[in-house]
Design a protein around this ligand. Structure first.
Ligand SMILES: [Zn+2]
Length: 243
């Protein structure tokens, strides 16, 4: 297993560069590097993979894709290092930070939509510039969504901290409503959940999540809801951006 450097405390999400050791290299259709530890986030949970570079004495490559498949696979372009080479990984920080802000904003928007309308989040896709969330409802109009936008921005202005705690699954099941967070898809062997709390005790949101987040919601700036689109079958897509 690759050690995931972005997964511990909130500060770990701010690791921009790191030392690691090459444990495996593939040079087939794609060039792949596997490290003993990484801060590169793999595609997953609606959040795109990180990009960046790896450097070592005598070579370098660009990290163009990151996939989690047992271990973290860095798909690269450029030179390949030998197994055992110490490398320095460096994230495209502008891209990652944009994803962190968008992803944290997704928690806020999902929380407000749940609390106001009991509208569960059924899907989401983060991008650096615009993101969308799919909600399990389709009868909320743009005027209502502008009220949602106002509420999200009021929450942002409270400058609450974002915390990560790992808690027993039963405790999380007691704390969150099952329609807000569907824990049934998690395999039974998962006993502890990495859970994101926004607000001192999670007053704003509590949600198990393996993504990357900002430390304080003041970093989100302001949210603008751009579009709504009914996807049919009781599903509403809401697009937003941050500035
Ligand atoms: Zn999250």
């Amino acid at each position: 297993m690759t050690e995931l450097l972005y997964m511990g405390s909130m500060n770990d999400c701010y690791i921009r560069d790191f030392d690691a050791m090459v444990v495996s290299v593939e040079d087939a259709e794609e060039k792949v590097i596997i490290l003993d530890r990484t801060a590169f986030y793999p595609l997953g949970g609606g959040q795109p993979n990180d990009r960046g570079t790896m450097r070592w004495i005598g070579g370098s490559c660009s990290v163009v894709n990151v996939i989690k498949k047992n271990r973290i696979r860095h798909v690269v372009e450029g030179n390949l290092p030998e197994v055992g080479t110490p490398v320095i990984g460096e994230l495209d920080w502008e891209l990652r930070y944009a994803h962190m802000r968008m992803h944290t904003a997704q928690h806020l928007l999902s929380s407000v939509m749940w609390k106001r309308y009991n509208a569960p989040t059924v899907g989401n896709q983060i991008h650096a510039d615009r993101s969308h969330i799919d909600f399990g409802t389709d009868d909320i109009d743009m005027d209502e969504l502008k009220n949602v936008e106002r509420e999200v921005n009021e929450l942002i202005s409270r400058s609450e901290e974002v915390r990560v705690r790992t808690l027993p699954r039963e405790e999380i099941e007691r704390k969150v409503e099952t329609e807000r967070v569907d824990l049934s898809r998690l395999p039974a062997f998962v006993k502890d959940l990495r859970t994101v709390f926004i607000g001192e005790e999670g007053e704003i949101d509590i949600c198990p999540c393996a993504g990357t987040h900002v430390r304080n919601i003041s970093e989100l700036g302001s949210m603008e809801i751009l579009k709504r689109r009914s996807k049919g079958a009781g599903k509403l897509r809401v697009e937003y951006r941050l500035s």
